[in-house]
Design a binder for this molecule. Structure first.
Ligand code: NAP
Length: 425
């Protein structure tokens, strides 16, 4: 099978990854896959090549070879194609199934959608996944940061990402006000005077497929709990519905011995309910309480599944507990497709100075390896990163928070990780 693009070459020495079963998320990954990579804007130009070097070393150390296919978006897309998001890039990521990207700057000005959101929506990467775990040696504001080991699944296509808003003072907002007051009968909630109105959709389809992904991940990775997080006591028919649909997935789509759907009353009656020993427990929590529990009872949570906005807040808060943006990895999962990307943006003021921390992008690659079934390479990346940081070799962002650390540039830090990969392999 050969793919053709306008301005990028498909590496001739690699083999494309094939889909075996899209619904079952099953890929056939060769030992020499072609993997599209976008280095990214701003610090992407520093961390992109550095992460690539580390990932390549881990692949080689475990007997594999990646054929990287450089593709372009953002600034590099404008330079090469005069477009922010060229078709070549979208098609390459679509067709090769597994890809990684650095951060992209959202151009300021009317009419620009975030390129990241555009990519996620165009290719239906419907879950944004962020594993949040502590690496030994990373400075953290928490007393016991090592208790954090969570994976958040944030719905990526609806809720506020598909929300519609009407600006105060426009004809449209007045039409909506009239409709809500006169046609729907809510005439006591809209005060006179300027008003902004927004609506957000949450669907059964979107909620269920996200929760299914989270439960499947928990089963596959031997995790014992999936917590559905919504603000259903206030937003009953959107967030409340999300958790209800999620519980339906748990109740109806898995055998009892594999998944146990916890009733709301569980916390009062725990002793009387027979929970199958190895089952993944699916429970629901209110979003505000969850933000507290995450800090106070960190080790009680494992996999979290949430609508878009809750996921935004909760995954950032979780990331802060283990050391912040330079460290936090992520990936977007679709059906038999993954696009790994760090949580951080393009940090323009640190760009091009060989300063930025490539850990987040490197660990995003680890998540990509995990998705490809390369667990040994994924573990090697994590171990080598941890070994490097705990030996006091870090980039500026961590060095400024530590007493006796050695400050390395992006490249030198990546080289230190590669040395550790070679030593640990
Ligand atoms: P940001 O790029 O994440 O950077 C904010 C600050 O976080 C940086 O100034 C730096 O702090 C620290 N930081 C982030 N990444 C780091 C790294 N790898 N190593 C060390 N420090 C790091 O957020 P922003 O400034 O709000 O956004 C800039 C642009 O990125 C915007 O155009 C935004 O739209 C875009 N963005 C893209 C993505 C994406 O591509 N997925 C995500 C978020 C934002 P110090 O300066 O204090 O060291």
């Amino acid at each position: 099978m050969g793919f053709e693009y306008d301005k990028v070459e498909v590496p001739s020495d690699g083999t494309p990854i094939q889909v075996v079963d899209e619904d079952a998320d099953e890929l056939d990954v060769p030992e020499n896959p072609i993997v599209p990579i976008i280095h990214g804007d701003g610090i992407g130009k520093d961390v992109g090549p550095a992460a690539q070097k580390v990932l390549e070393a881990a692949a080689n150390a475990t007997g594999r070879e990646i054929s990287w296919m450089r593709v372009y978006a953002g600034e590099s897309g404008r330079e090469k194609y005069d477009e922010n998001l060229p078709d070549d890039t979208v098609n390459a990521i679509d067709e090769h199934r597994v890809a990684i990207k650095g951060p992209l700057t959202t151009p300021v000005g009317a009419g620009f959608r975030s390129l990241n959101v555009a990519l996620r929506q165009t290719l239906d990467f419907y879950s944004n996944v962020r594993p949040t775990y502590y690496l030994d040696g990373v400075p953290s504001p928490m007393k016991s940061p090592e208790e954090m080991d969570m994976v958040t699944f944030r719905e990526n296509t609806e809720d506020v990402y598909a929300g519609i808003e009407w600006e105060e003072g426009t004809e449209e907002v007045e039409q909506v006000r009239e409709f809500v007051e006169d046609e729907m009968g809510f005439d006591d909630v809209m005060h006179d005077g300027p008003i902004g109105i927004g609506i957000k959709p949450i669907t059964e389809f979107g909620s269920k497929r996200l929760v299914r992904k989270a439960i499947d991940y928990a089963i596959e990775h031997d995790r014992d709990k999936v917590t559905l997080v919504g603000k259903g006591n206030i937003m009953k028919f959107t967030e409340g519905q999300f958790t209800e649909w999620g519980m339906e997935v748990a109740e109806e789509e898995y055998p009892d011995e594999e998944v146990f759907a916890a009733p709301d009353s569980l916390w009062e009656t725990q002793d009387e309910i027979d929970i199958p020993e190895d089952a993944v427990m699916v429970e629901s929590r209110l979003a505000d309480a969850m933000l507290q529990w995450m800090q106070l009872r960190t080790d009680e949570f494992s996999v979290l599944a949430m609508p878009n906005l809750n996921g935004d807040y909760l995954s950032d808060a979780a990331g802060a507990q283990i050391g912040g943006l330079g460290i936090a990895p992520g990936a977007n999962f679709g059906d038999a497709r993954v696009l790994a990307e760090p949580v951080h943006g393009s940090a323009p003021k640190r760009a091009g100075q060989n300063m930025a921390n490539p850990t987040a992008m490197t660990l995003s690659g680890r998540l990509m390896f995990d998705y490809m079934g390369w667990k040994d390479a994924a573990d090697l990346v994590r171990d080598a990163v941890e070994e490097t940081i705990s030996s006091g070799k870090v980039t500026y962002d961590l060095e400024r928070q530590l007493d006796d650390a050695e400050k390395l540039g992006t490249d030198e830090y990546a080289d230190a990780i590669v040395d550790n990969i070679e030593e640990l392999a």
